[in-house]
Design a protein around this ligand. Structure first.
Ligand code: 5GP
Length: 140
């Protein structure tokens, strides 16, 4: 499968569609999932295009994981989370729906089950609040 420059995350990276950005550096970009499965559900993507980890360069995955750890630590503090679940899907059979490499960061809370993968779009005010919570920690 060739990389599709018109996928949603490529459009977010180019600024063609809005996103609740929480972090950006030279190599990576982190933003909220608009269909959150848990409070603070974030996505981390590399800026270098690739469909998924099957085709990404190892260097791309290296810088991606550095940001994943940064966002995980911020989520623990921002949401007083009890833990973090990471999810990463590859190819349709693996559950992938957007074909730009990404890692889901899911803050977890004791005794709270994870919501469904394709739930409802969160209201904008709540997304803004969650993004602000991340940014307050990440700007320290
Ligand atoms: P996948 O199923 O490929 O692992 O994850 C794609 C994720 O992108 C899903 O969790 C879905 O909720 C999220 N998503 C789909 N469309 C948009 C969008 O327009 N903006 C944002 N921020 N997330 C999206």
């Amino acid at each position: 499968m060739a990389y599709d420059q018109e996928n949603i995350f490529a459009k977010i990276l180019r600024g063609e569609i809005p996103a609740h950005k929480i972090y950006e550096d030279e190599h990576t970009y982190a933003f909220l999932d608009v269909f959150p499965q848990t409070k603070g559900h974030a996505l981390v993507i590399p800026k270098t295009p690739s469909e998924n980890i099957l085709t990404a360069e190892p260097e791309t995955l290296g810088v991606l994981m550095i940001t994943v750890q940064k966002i995980c630590r911020a989520a623990m503090e921002a949401f007083q989370a009890d833990g973090i679940t990471l999810q990463q899907f590859n190819q349709p059979a693996g559950g992938q729906t957007v074909f730009h490499t990404h890692v889901h960061i899911l803050p977890r809370f004791n005794d709270v089950p994870l919501g469904s993968h394709n739930g409802n779009m969160e209201v904008n005010e709540i997304l803004i609040e969650m993004a602000e919570a991340y940014k307050a920690v990440l700007s320290k």
